[in-house]
Design a protein around this ligand. Structure first.
Ligand SMILES: Nc1ncnc2c1ncn2[C@@H]1O[C@H](COP(=O)(O)OP(=O)(O)OP(=O)(O)O)[C@@H](O)[C@H]1O
Ligand SMILES: [Mg+2]
Length: 101
């Protein structure tokens, strides 16, 4: 991806070494992704490759076996869906507050 020159902004969403198993089956194996402000991030892969599982782990719908999800410096790895949504809403209201200033 093309970025303007200068120091990279800190990630908005940091997914680090995420592992999700369903019984003995490993659906996500050590997945790490950083998404920075302004990036458009696409998730593509064949059927059954784990796209929905990854989204469910980020949103708090699924518990993970290992790894972390950090959204705007807030560790939401063990968050429920409600708690992850609240973190997103706090971030939106903070960014709106900044844009008004
Ligand atoms: N609740 C579940 N219990 C057991 N196995 C599951 C569960 N959810 C997903 N899986 C398995 O995890 C793997 C990843 O599935 P997932 O649905 O995340 O793939 P996907 O990339 O979203 O596929 P698609 O393109 O068909 O939507 C698959 O092998 C699937 O069978
Ligand atoms: Mg899917």
């Amino acid at each position: 991806m093309m970025r303007p020159s200068g120091p990279e902004p800190p990630p908005l969403l940091r997914i680090a070494a995420l592992t999700k198993r369903f019984g003995g089956f490993t659906a996500l194996d050590n997945v790490s992704v950083d998404i920075r402000p302004g990036e458009r991030f696409g998730l593509i892969g064949p059927n059954g490759s784990g796209k929905t599982t990854l989204i469910n782990c980020i949103s708090g719908a699924f518990r993970t076996e290992a790894g972390t999800v950090v959204f705007r410096d807030e560790d939401i790895t063990r968050c429920s869906r409600t708690c992850a949504r609240a973190a997103a809403l706090r971030a939106v209201s903070r960014s709106r507050g900044r844009s008004k200033a």
